[in-house]
Ligand binder design. Structure first.
Ligand SMILES: [Zn+2]
Ligand SMILES: [Zn+2]
Length: 467
């Protein structure tokens, strides 16, 4: 009896703020044994349960992630029900949502809430005038208590996390848990400790794949989660902050929209934070149908470096002959002692470019990185510590990386992977610190593109605002 009481409490604490499969609630593998308990708790009105695969107007859909037909697989002999069964492939990594299974959520309000003091700020830095304006507008919107969508357009290096502190503090003080969502796991890992430091009285936790089950279902006043992990949260948040929305490919974006919709409480403010809003978002913000704030100044107050478009000729042919285009050699000479991030369009160009660099100057310390590279974080760390001169990379490093006094160059900027968004992010790598607020950014090309010109135009426009 006592044991059962304990189990009930366990279920309620794991499920608060969330919607889970039985196999997620009982992650220790005793799911079948505990199903009667879940049934009982549902009958008692403690839990809601709903089919994991639902049918609406004849259309089948995964209730957890919203994926439809192409993602629904079929097994003829399901390990659980023994019959023909459908399951969702799109969210399989989080447990099998199958047509014979259910999703459980809490029918009572959460047991844990942020305490009165959780909103106390342990951060004593100062916001710039631009940051403060945006921060105040965010807080006002939240206070108004309506269902808001908010676009925070903050240039690379504007200090967007700090700008969010007053808003997060406000939500916590009102007894609301806060969710921050970002597409990338390394960003979750970077943000979590910063939030912990900023809100020392609050429970903070990062949620991403590969964590232990106990920590996967722990309670957090301030949660930071990847898109997939966000799918587990349900009707929980009055404030959801989505970081770098533009970083999602379109399909991911749809999934995120769905997940954010599920995680939102009936009244919820959703804040989209981005350095490069989509044209649609920009239009909506301009027309006033989307509340917004623009922070076009970096926190150190200096202009964003404006990229130079530089003709490099047939660079592919030159690189194939282990020669660096002349324009790039001049750039590297000008950079001198300063470190350079060199972007190339495809993984296949990493090694040839490295060879050409080393042939040109044998003492240059170089390395390459791409998304599948096992030594990626090790090499980035070496670059960060200054033991490399040039880091050659695919667009994987375009955002998130902050290195003092780094110069940025793109070779083959005419390639389709270098969209306006990607190019603006790349340019944003340079001149981020107040010690070195300027920097060189060059796009080397074999024929300039509309995206390159747009990136330059947008940066010039941002520099003009507020000046
Ligand atoms: Zn699914
Ligand atoms: Zn089944």
């Amino acid at each position: 009896m006592e044991k059962n009481e304990y189990r009930r409490k366990d279920v309620m604490s794991r499920i608060q703020y969330r919607r889970l499969l039985a196999s997620e609630i009982f992650y220790d593998g005793e799911e079948r044994e505990h199903l009667p308990l879940l049934e009982k708790m549902t009958a008692e009105g403690l839990l809601y349960k709903e089919p994991a695969i639902r049918e609406e107007k004849g259309i089948l859909q995964c209730a957890r992630c919203g994926s439809g037909k192409p993602f629904l697989g079929e097994v003829s002999n399901c390990s659980r029900c023994g019959k023909k069964c459908l399951y969702c492939r799109a969210c399989l990594m989080m447990g099998r949502a199958a047509s014979c299974g259910f999703l459980y959520s809490s029918a009572v309000s959460p047991v844990q809430h942020p305490g009165l003091e959780t909103g106390n700020l342990g951060w004593d830095g100062k916001l710039s005038a631009g940051q403060r304006q945006a921060a105040e507008k965010l807080v006002q919107c939240f206070r108004s208590g309506k269902s808001w969508e908010f676009l925070l357009w903050a240039v690379c290096g504007a200090g967007k996390t700090e700008m969010l502190f007053p808003l997060i503090s406000e939500a916590l003080k009102k007894g609301n848990a806060v969710m921050l969502c970002t597409p990338r796991r390394d960003v979750v890992q970077e943000l979590e400790p910063r939030l912990k430091e900023a809100f020392p009285k609050a429970e903070t936790a990062g949620f991403y794949g590969g964590k232990s089950p106990e920590s996967r279902f722990c309670y957090a006043d301030v949660a930071v989660a990847t898109t997939h992990q966000l799918l587990r949260f349900y009707k929980a948040y009055t404030l959801i902050i989505i970081d770098e929305v533009d970083a999602f490919p379109y399909t991911m974006d749809k999934k995120l929209q769905f997940a954010a919709g599920q995680a939102a409480a009936d009244k919820c403010m959703t804040v989209y934070v981005t350095a490069t809003p989509s044209r649609m978002q920009q239009r909506r913000a301009a027309s006033g149908s989307l509340e917004s704030a623009v922070v076009s100044r970096r926190f150190h107050g200096k202009d964003l470096p404006v990229p130079r478009l530089v003709w490099a000729g047939n660079w592919k042919k030159q690189i194939e002959n282990a020669r660096l285009p002349k324009a790039l050699r001049l750039f590297l000479k000008e950079a001198g002692e300063r470190q350079v991030l060199l972007f190339v369009p495809e993984v296949s160009w990493l090694n040839p470019v490295q060879e050409a660099l080393n042939k040109w100057q044998g003492n240059l310390r170089t390395a390459t990185v791409h998304s599948q590279e096992e030594e990626r974080s090790e090499r980035v760390k070496m670059f960060r510590e200054g033991s490399l001169d040039v880091l050659i990379t695919t667009t994987i490093l375009e955002r998130g990386i902050t290195i003092e006094n780094v110069q940025a160059a793109v070779l083959g900027a005419e390639n389709a992977v270098f969209t306006e968004t990607a190019l603006i992010q790349i340019a944003g790598r340079a001149g981020r610190s107040s010690r070195y607020p300027t920097g060189m950014v060059s796009f080397f090309h074999y024929g300039s593109t509309r995206e390159m010109k747009r990136a330059v135009r947008t940066i010039i426009q941002l520099n003009r605002w507020n000046s």
